[in-house]
Design a protein around this ligand. Structure first.
Ligand code: 13P
Ligand code: SF4
Length: 305
């Protein structure tokens, strides 16, 4: 069986079984090709809220599938690979944040969408990397408690200096390990390339960027730019996708450290198994968690649009 045979089988079965496939931009190209919606975590949340299919299959990580379930509790929501989690989403427990909230009662609690459904139940609003600045600008409160990613939080604080942003010490273990030496080495090797960086990287790295944005933001910027060479400061998959999309341009990795094993764990065969009904981890959340977590995701969609 070729990749094309597997893809054709998936396309036929997802139609027959009324399954909508969502795939994050970090997924493999052969998975993106069979998806109904692809994009960054904000675009996937919005698409999830719109789909009419009975079943949604998320090719991405667990918090993304949870977000779909929260927005569409009547649907069957499957995570394509049961072990695809985001380590950042698991970093802060509800009990810890409840304690912090007591110390800062007049702060709005802003959760990066890379958090568990449970933690979202005690947060005021969610943000994604593409919507964070827009949303923080619109929040009424001037005092913001931002969790869990201190790097995204620092970037937002730098863009919205009128707000007092308190950061907690969490972050993405993949993006946060890229350092200024990686930037220097990459720039020496590719002196003409523009540097496009995800805001989960540290402020020291972000400082050198020509553009800072989400996965989709980076892709759109590169596609629309007149420049011919780009250094991509996010998961390795993005440079590869861009190279297929823009064959007349050149895309280089900022660092080989930018490989997210959780995003890479899902294969096309996993997707086939899911549409055949033999695998897929069904997301089950209790009603109370859904109704409380929904408030902060809905607030994100309301302010982020
Ligand atoms: P995006 O908001 O760009 O989709 O990022 C999600 C993520 O997990 C990045 O590491
Ligand atoms: Fe989580 Fe980082 Fe992987 Fe994104 S790249 S899914 S934030 S571990």
């Amino acid at each position: 069986m070729t990749i094309r045979d597997v893809q054709e089988k998936i396309l036929k079965l997802k139609k027959e079984n009324d399954i909508c496939i969502l795939a994050h931009s970090y997924q493999a190209r052969e998975i993106l090709e069979v998806a109904d919606f692809t994009g960054d975590s904000y675009q996937l949340s919005v698409s999830a809220a719109k789909t009419n299919s009975k079943t949604v299959l998320m090719c991405g990580v667990r918090f993304m599938a949870e977000t779909v379930k929260i927005l569409s509790p009547e649907k069957t929501v499957l995570l394509a690979h049961p072990e695809a989690g985001c380590p950042m989403a698991e970093q802060m427990e509800k009990a810890l944040i409840s304690g912090v909230k007591k110390q800062f009662p007049d702060y709005a609690v802003v959760a990066y969408i890379n958090t568990t459904a449970e933690l979202k139940t005690i947060c005021d609003v969610c943000v994604t990397s593409s919507s964070a600045v827009r949303i923080i600008e619109k929040i009424e409160s001037d005092n913001i408690l931002f969790l869990p990613d201190c790097n995204l939080g620092a970037y937002v604080a730098s863009q919205v200096p009128s707000k007092n942003v308190k950061l907690l010490q969490g972050g993405c273990p993949i993006h946060a390990v890229v350092d200024v030496n990686d930037v220097k080495k990459a720039k020496t090797r590719y002196p003409n390339a523009l540097l496009l960086i995800h805001p989960e990287c540290t402020p020291e790295v972000v400082k050198h960027a020509d553009y800072v944005g989400s996965t989709s933001g980076i892709m759109d910027y590169a596609k629309n730019s007149d420049a011919k060479e780009f250094l991509i400061g996010t998961e390795l998959s993005i440079a590869e996708h861009l190279q297929y999309m823009c064959p007349d341009k050149r895309f280089y990795h900022l660092s080989q450290k930018l490989l997210c094993p959780n995003m890479r764990i899902t294969t096309l065969i996993d997707v086939l198994n899911c549409v055949e009904g033999v695998s897929g981890d069904e997301i089950i959340l209790d009603e109370q968690t859904i109704s409380q977590a929904k408030k902060c995701i809905n607030k994100m969609i309301e302010l982020g649009g």
